[in-house]
Write a protein that binds this ligand. Structure first.
Ligand code: SF4
Length: 388
């Protein structure tokens, strides 16, 4: 079974007698989470069919609808959501700082690799604005640091050099051989300094130039380097700066990059919404409150708008929430439709963070949970598609 607790989609998870095996603490909490909410219209509990009917009417009447999220939905639901968006001329925004880099990766504008390739070949691993020990707990043991791989047979002590670049010394930084502290919002200056250092020039930078030169020396000697780009990095560094750095690193060695995000199927929706079909209409886009204010109806699918963007609380648009669990946004949405959780009580497929297609069988068997009574978000999306 595959865990949908994060984009690693670990495939060895099992549930026996109500006990989750092999999953990390995040995966276990995700699989056992049952904070389900009732279907609601205007915050009053209704029948699920009524909630779907109301949502369909709101979408059909909307002049500037916008869909947000879908990163926590199976691929089949995403496809149905894209068809619905085309039908009513809605924009889709996965609302993640990772979508830009994912698109560069998907379109081969930057070199990437698979997770098994990281395990087999990587000798220098950089965690940039990322703390996988707390966000993707099995990344280090499964692929990035501890395991022996085809060309890395001597173990992490000899074979791998881990480097952390972050605004704070995270748990992950504490196991790395070197740590470089970033001034918040000034990652790009660090990148510029590093590029100069890679060219054997002493960088004039706010950072310690000797340390930057030493880092450049380590990176140049890498046989197979990998950068795991976390949200802290992508929230402050434009994609072109990342591409400049990757181009420079690849002048001297073989460097790859992977985007490290949480939503288990973000890569699939980010790739789908980058095609002309999904966002063919000129509608508001981007999870920026100013642009969201242009929409008159927001459909949040597996996405907690109020949690991700607290400034969005005062948006006038009507809000529909489709989510397996109670969220901050469901606490004030106009329509709430609870749904099954992908991989937990709903089978489907998803794309792992490195692009591998993963089958998601249903983890919870009949009788292990009351959750089998939940309607799938694919079914909900299809009914909306039929009704609008
Ligand atoms: S690392 Fe991610 S996919 Fe793996 S068990 Fe933990 S939460 Fe689930």
């Amino acid at each position: 079974m595959a865990c949908t607790g994060c984009a690693l989609l670990c495939e060895d998870v099992e549930v026996q007698d109500g006990e989750v095996r092999h999953a990390c603490r995040i995966g276990t909490a995700h699989i056992l989470n049952r904070q389900q909410i009732d279907p609601m219209v205007d915050q009053k509990v209704v029948d699920i069919d009524d909630a779907i009917r109301h949502a369909a009417a709101m979408l059909a009447d909307a002049e500037r609808p916008m869909f947000l999220g879908f990163g926590n939905s199976i691929t089949e639901t995403q496809s149905s959501g894209v068809r619905l968006a085309e039908k009513i001329c809605a924009g889709i925004d996965p609302c993640s700082v990772h979508t830009g880099l994912i698109n560069e990766i998907v379109h081969s504008r930057v070199r990437t690799c698979t997770l098994p390739e990281v395990r087999d070949h990587a000798d220098v691993i950089m965690f940039w604005g990322a703390d996988p020990m707390n966000t993707h707990p099995r990344l280090l043991s499964g692929y990035a640091y501890y395991p022996r791989g085809k060309n890395r047979q001597h173990g992490w002590e000899e074979d791998r050099t881990a480097i952390a670049i972050d605004v704070r010394r995270s748990h992950t930084a504490s196991i790395c051989k070197s740590f470089h502290k970033i001034i918040p919002g000034r990652d790009t200056e660090f990148i510029d300094g590093l590029i100069l250092a890679l060219r054997n020039k002493v960088p004039k930078t706010v950072y310690d130039s000797k340390k930057v030169l030493k880092l450049a020396g380590t990176l140049k000697k890498a046989e197979f380097g990998v950068i795991f780009a976390g949200s802290e990095m992508l929230g402050s560094v434009p994609c072109d700066a990342i591409i400049r750095l990757m181009d420079e690193l690849n002048e001297f060695s073989d460097f790859r990059i992977l985007s490290l995000y949480h939503q288990y199927n973000l890569r699939s929706i980010a790739a789908a919404t980058n095609t002309d079909t999904a966002v063919s209409c000129e509608r508001p886009g981007g999870c920026d409150p100013t642009r969201l204010r242009e929409a008159d109806c927001l459909l949040c699918v597996g996405f907690d708008l109020a949690n991700s963007l607290p400034q969005a609380r005062d948006i006038d648009a009507s809000i529909i929430v489709i989510d397996p669990n109670e969220t901050l946004t469901s606490g004030y949405a106009d329509v709430v439709i609870p749904c099954a959780s992908g991989g937990v009580d709903l089978a489907g497929t998803a794309m792992r963070m490195d692009g591998a297609e993963i089958d998601l069988p249903c983890i919870m068997k009949n009788g292990q949970t009351d959750a089998l009574t939940r309607m799938s978000d694919l079914n909900i999306m299809d009914r909306l598609l039929e009704a609008v």
